[in-house]
Ligand binder design. Structure first.
Ligand code: SF4
Length: 355
């Protein structure tokens, strides 16, 4: 069953890849090079009005205006953290709200995008899933988040250097829109974001892990694993009932064998739930069979509606030590934007409460 998405009279300009523009220009009896010009105006010059596309004929601009619209992402709120993280709460055309985060690193600016309004996956430690899934984002609504971020960075002479698809939603449940978004992002004639600088994170939608493995891209894959066995994972992530732990691990092995690329396993540490030495030992046994993998330990953020406490500092380092003793590469995620509720879904949850 397909999820709902936004129905529009005119598609968004950002819904179209360069190949789509080529097809559109052909169907509209315009010379093929016009497609490249339109793409350039959208992603290199980043204009937001057809009238600014001055090397197109007046007639073509009128045709574009009649056939397409620009995405409306109205800024409801913008929070800036002391560490440089900027978090946006945007309102979409249908008044739904989504979040986008720009994180500042020593190596550049990374943007975390949302792929769905809400989420139906139901991870028990996540605020994004509290109101369930409202709808999928259109490809253009995902693209618009990056264009907005880039416009903000343009003022500082900086660029979006990497993208993480880890915001609200399960990207593998909005697969086609996510792939269209990626196609637009990596295009050398557009924003030209390096494939190796993009990471897609999934809670473990197994059939689409196989599909993604067969796509032949250089884009990174992260798996939210969060538990070392089937029983505990089911308690934390209801998605594990649909796609059990063993099947998930099999799909990861297939991905690695097919692509030759490593997987990052995200592991959110929750005090006394999944963060003890025995959990680390068990995880190490599972991951030993995948020597190329990497574990990213994330001390979980407090979510008011759930009763998880933070893992102690000692337990965090102990968990890491056990993995490394078993020759599994493990890092602890640096917390960013904690003073502005930057964890996924927290701003939107607050916004929904006030509404
Ligand atoms: S962690 Fe991701 S997949 Fe899980 S409920 Fe939250 S948004 Fe959905």
């Amino acid at each position: 069953m397909r999820n709902k998405t936004l129905q529009v009279d005119k598609p968004f300009v950002y819904d179209y890849s360069l190949e789509d523009w080529k097809q559109w220009t052909e169907e509209n009896r315009e010379p093929a090079f016009r497609a490249g010009q339109i793409f350039d105006w959208l992603y290199v010059k980043r204009v937001t009005d057809f009238e600014e596309m001055t090397n197109l004929s007046k007639a073509l601009r009128e045709k574009l205006k009649a056939s397409f619209s620009f995405v409306t992402l109205s800024e409801i709120a913008k929070y800036e953290s002391k560490d440089g993280t900027v978090k946006f709460l945007f309102e979409l055309a249908d008044k739904n709200a989504i979040e986008t985060v720009i994180m500042k690193h020593s190596y550049g600016n990374s943007v975390c995008v949302t792929t769905q309004v809400g989420c139906r996956v139901g991870c028990t430690f996540c605020a994004s899933t509290l109101g369930g899934l409202k709808r999928d984002l259109r490809p253009g609504e995902i693209v618009a988040q990056i264009v907005k971020a880039q416009q903000l960075l343009d003022a500082k002479g900086e660029r979006v250097s990497s993208i993480v698809i880890m915001g609200i939603g399960e990207p593998f449940e909005n697969y086609d829109a996510m792939m269209k978004f990626l196609n637009i992002m990596i295009h050398p004639k557009g924003l030209n974001i390096g494939q190796r600088h993009i990471t897609v994170s999934t809670s473990g939608i197994v059939p689409n892990i196989y599909r993604f493995a067969d796509e032949d891209t250089q884009i990174n894959l992260a798996i939210s694993i969060h538990a070392p066995n089937n029983a505990l994972r089911t308690k934390l992530m209801p998605v594990n009932v649909r796609f059990p732990f063993e099947d998930l691990i099999e799909s990861c092995k297939y991905y690695m064998a097919k692509t030759g690329r490593r997987i990052t396993f995200e592991y959110a540490l929750m005090g006394n739930v999944n963060d003890q030495a025995e959990h680390a030992e068990e995880l190490a046994q599972v991951l030993k069979e995948m020597p190329m993998c990497h574990v990213n330990l994330i001390p979980v953020n407090y979510v008011q509606e759930r009763n998880y406490v933070r893992t102690t500092r000692d337990d965090i380092f102990n968990f890491q030590r056990i993995l490394e003793r078993n020759k599994i590469n493990a890092t602890i995620r640096r917390e960013q934007g904690s003073d502005i509720a930057a964890a996924c879904g927290q701003l939107r949850a607050k916004h929904m409460e006030t509404k």
